[in-house]
Design a protein around this ligand. Structure first.
Ligand code: ADP
Ligand code: ZN
Length: 597
C-alpha cells in the first residue's frame, strides 16, 4: 500500500482510516466510508484500484468534475478515463475499446451512463473483470439526505448483477438515518463502516461582528498575500458590488451567482481555477463542484443559513491540509433578513426547522466557546476544546469578578419568570422605555438596575453566562432565557462569577510556513507557466503543499526531489528537472544580487 501511495501520489503516509479502508477493500469486504471534505476519500479507492487486476468503476454524480479528476490522475501516470454525456460518440467508443482491452484502471461513470441509453455500460461490464465499485457522494441514494438523485436508485441493481464484486460507498455528509439508508439501498453486505473525525484542524475559524466591514476585509485579504479564496455573500447584487470594490482596491476578484449566464459563470470559475483571479465573490451556488485544493481562505461576508452550510462552505478551504482561514463577519441585519426569508416559507414544520437551525448558528456566533468544539458538537462529535486555532482560543481575555453583574442578570431573568429572550431582559435591566416593555415590569425593583452597562456589554455578559452554564437558552423560534441548577448559588451569593473583560488577539492571519517566501512565489510563477502550456489548472501540476516543501527543502538532485511530498514518479519525470533548474537559477540570482550589494 505504502509503495503504491509513494509511487503514484508521492505521499509518505496515509491519513487516518485510509489504510484500514483500503485493507478492507483488498479483503473484498463492502465498505461505507464517512469522511469530511478534504479528508482524502479518493485515495481510499484509487490506491486499491491500482493494486488489483481489473477495472475499478467509480460512480459519481458530479459530471463537471470528472474531466479534472481524470486529468489529475493521468498527471500521476495512472490509466484513468471517464464516461458521461459530455463525450462525443467517437470519444465514447475509444473509451469502450480501451476498457475491453483491459487498459483502464479507473473508470469514472455518471450513473445514467451505467444503465441508460441504447448501449448501457453494464453490457460491456458483464464481459470484463471488475475490481470493485466505488460509489462517490453516496448520500445521493437516500431520500433522507440533502441531495437525493433518482438516478442513484438504480445502483441497487449492481449488487444483484455482480454479486461477487465488492462495493465502497463514500460520502462527506450522512447522519445516522442516511447512513442506514445508504447501506440498505445499495445492498451492502455486512459492510465495514468507517467514520472519520469531521475536524479540519488546519482551518482557523474566526467569527466576528461586522464592524467597518470593508476595512476589515481588506486588511484580512492583504494578509493573505497572493493566496486565493472565496467570499460568500447573501445577495447577488452584493457579489458584484463587492468584487468591483475589491478590484478598485487592488485585489483581483470576480463575481459568481445564479443570475449570471452559464457561460459567464463558467468563465469566472475557470479564471479562479487557473489562478487568473485571486478571489471569487459568490452566492452559495459557487464551490459545489470545484476541487481546487489550494483555496486558502473562505470569508462569509454575511451570515450563512445554518451550521451545516457554514461547515460545508468553510470546508472548501485547505483541502491540501495547509493552514487556511475561515472568517465570518456577521451582523444583526443579516439575521433579520434571513428571518424574513424564513417567514415566507409556507410549510410550517419546515419553517420552524429553518428558524431553529438559524438560532443554532447565531448561538455559535455569539458564544465565546472554542469554535471547533461547538462546531463538532453540532455533528455529535466530542472535542475537548482549547483547539488553539480559532479566534476564541487565540484570544487572551482579562477576567474580572462579575458576581454582581451576574446576580443582576439572573435576578432579572427570575423576576421576569423565565419567559423572555435576551433582548427583552437587557431592555428591562437598562430601564428602557420601549413600546414592548410592559407596564407591570416597569414597577419591579430590578427594572433599570443595569443602566450603567451598555447594551453591547450586556450582550457579551449574557453569552458568557450561558457559556458558563449559569443561564440557558431554550430552542425554538423565540429562544427564552432560563435559570439553571447553577443559578441559585450565584443568586444566594455562595458562588462568585468570573466574566471576560478586555480581550487581546494573539492570532496572526499570515498564512503560516517556514518556506522561503520569495522562492515560493517564484516557483508559483514557474508552475503557472507550465500549467498554461499544458492547459490545466496549476494545482494539478503540483499542489501548494508540494510547492512549499520545495521552497523549504530546496532539493538539489532528482532523487531529492522524489522525496518531496506530492512528487510521484510521473511528476518527477515530467517536471522534476524544470523545478530543480528553477530553484538553482533562483538561488544563483539571489547570491549574485546579494554580492552585488
Ligand atoms: P475528499 O474527496 O475526501 O474531499 P480528496 O480525496 O480530494 O478529499 O483529498 C483531499 C486532498 O488531500 C487531495 O489533495 C489529496 O491528494 C490529499 N491527500 C489525500 N490523502 C493524502 C495522504 N495520505 N497524504 C497526503 N495528502 C493526501
Ligand atoms: Zn478553539
Amino acid at each position: 500500500m505504502e509503495n503504491t501511495l509513494k509511487k503514484y501520489f508521492g505521499y509518505d503516509s496515509f491519513r487516518p482510516l485510509q489504510k484500514e479502508i483500503i485493507a478492507s477493500l483488498l479483503g473484498e469486504c463492502d465498505v461505507l466510508a464517512l469522511m469530511p471534505t478534504g479528508g482524502g476519500k479518493s485515495l481510499c479507492y484509487q490506491v486499491p484500484a491500482l493494486m488489483q487486476p481489473g477495472v475499478t468503476i467509480v460512480i459519481s454524480p458530479l459530471i463537471a468534475l470528472m474531466k479534472d479528476q481524470v486529468e489529475a490522475l493521468r498527471q500521476n501516470g495512472i490509466e484513468a478515463d471517464y464516461l458521461n454525456s459530455t463525450l462525443t460518440p467517437v470519444q465514447r467508443e475509444q473509451v469502450e475499446i480501451r476498457l475491453r482491452q483491459g487498459k483502464i484502471d479507473l473508470l469514472y461513470v455518471a450513473p445514467e451512463k451505467l444503465f441508460g441509453g441504447s448501449e448501457p455500460l453494464v453490457d460491456i461490464l458483464d464481459d470484463i473483470e471488475i475490481s470493485f465499485f466505488a460509489i462517490d457522494e453516496a448520500h445521493c441514494v437516500s431520500q433522507w439526505g440533502h441531495d437525493f438523485r433518482p438516478e442513484y436508485l438504480r445502483l441497487r441493481t449492481l449488487r444483484k448483477r455482480y454479486p461477487g464484486v465488492s462495493m465502497i460507498a463514500l460520502t462527506a455528509t450522512a447522519d445516522e438515518r442516511t447512513r442506514l439508508d445508504i447501506i440498505h439501498q445499495l445492498g451492502l453486505e455486512n459492510p465495514k463502516v468507517f467514520i472519520a473525525s469531521f475536524d479540519r484542524p488546519n482551518i482557523r475559524y474566526t467569527i466576528e461582528r461586522k464592524k467597518k466591514g470593508k476595512e476589515r476585509l481588506l486588511r484580512f485579504l492583504k494578509n493573505q498575500k497572493e493566496e486565493s479564496g472565496i467570499i460568500y455573500t447573501l445577495a447577488r447584487k452584493t457579489t458584484e458590488q463587492l468584487s468591483d470594490w475589491l478590484n478598485d482596491n487592488g485585489i483581483k476578484a470576480l463575481p459568481y451567482h445564479a443570475g449570471m449566464t452559464a457561460s459567464a459563470r463558467n468563465a469566472n470559475q475557470e479564471a479562479f481555477l487557473k489562478d487568473d483571479v485571486r478571489v471569487v465573490v459568490a452566492t452559495i451556488a459557487f464551490g459545489m463542484g470545484i476541487d481546487k485544493s489550494n483555496v486558502r481562505f473562505v470569508v462569509h461576508w454575511n451570515l450563512p443559513k445554518n451550521i451545516e452550510g457554514y461547515y460545508q462552505e468553510t470546508g472548501r478551504a485547505g483541502r491540501d491540509g495547509l493552514p487556511s482561514q475561515a472568517l465570518m463577519l456577521h451582523s444583526g441585519g443579516d439575521a433579520r433578513l434571513l428571518r424574513e426569508f424564513i417567514s415566507e416559507v409556507e410549510n410550517e414544520e419546515y419553517r420552524d426547522l429553518l428558524s431553529e437551525k438559524l438560532n443554532q448558528l447565531i448561538n455559535l456566533c455569539e458564544s465565546r466557546k472554542c469554535r471547533r468544539q461547538s462546531l463538532l458538537a453540532y455533528f455529535q462529535e466530542k472535542h475537548p476544546g482549547n483547539c488553539g486555532n480559532c479566534d476564541v482560543c487565540l484570544e487572551e481575555a482579562e477576567h474580572f469578578d462579575g458576581t454582581i453583574i451576574a446576580q443582576k442578570a439572573l435576578s432579572a431573568v427570575y423576576r421576569l419568570q423565565q419567559t423572555f429572550g435576551i433582548g427583552y431582559v437587557i431592555d428591562f435591566l437598562r430601564g428602557a422605555q420601549t413600546k414592548r416593555m410592559r407596564y407591570e415590569h416597569m414597577d419591579l425593583k430590578t427594572y433599570g438596575i443595569g443602566k450603567d452597562i451598555s447594551k453591547d456589554d450586556w450582550q457579551r455578559y449574557f453569552r458568557d453566562l450561558i457559556d458558563q452554564g449559569y443561564l440557558q437558552l431554550t430552542d425554538g423560534k423565540y429562544p427564552i432565557l432560563r435559570l439553571t441548577p447553577l443559578s441559585a448559588k450565584v443568586l444566594r451569593g455562595d458562588e462568585s462569577v468570573q466574566l471576560r473583560g478586555k480581550v487581546r488577539s494573539l492570532a496572526s492571519e499570515d498564512p503560516v510556513g517556514e518556506a522561503d517566501d520569495d522562492l515560493f512565489e517564484h516557483l508559483r510563477k514557474v508552475r503557472l507557466g507550465l500549467a498554461r502550456k499544458a492547459r490545466i489548472p496549476a494545482y494539478m501540476i503540483l499542489n501548494d503543499k508540494t510547492l512549499r516543501e520545495l521552497a523549504t527543502q530546496k532539493p538539489q538532485t532528482i532523487s531529492e526531489i522524489g522525496d518531496v511530498h506530492g512528487f510521484g514518479q510521473a511528476k518527477v519525470k515530467c517536471y522534476g528537472t524544470q523545478f530543480l533548474d528553477a530553484i538553482k537559477a533562483f538561488e544563483h540570482n539571489r547570491t549574485s544580487a546579494e554580492s552585488a550589494v
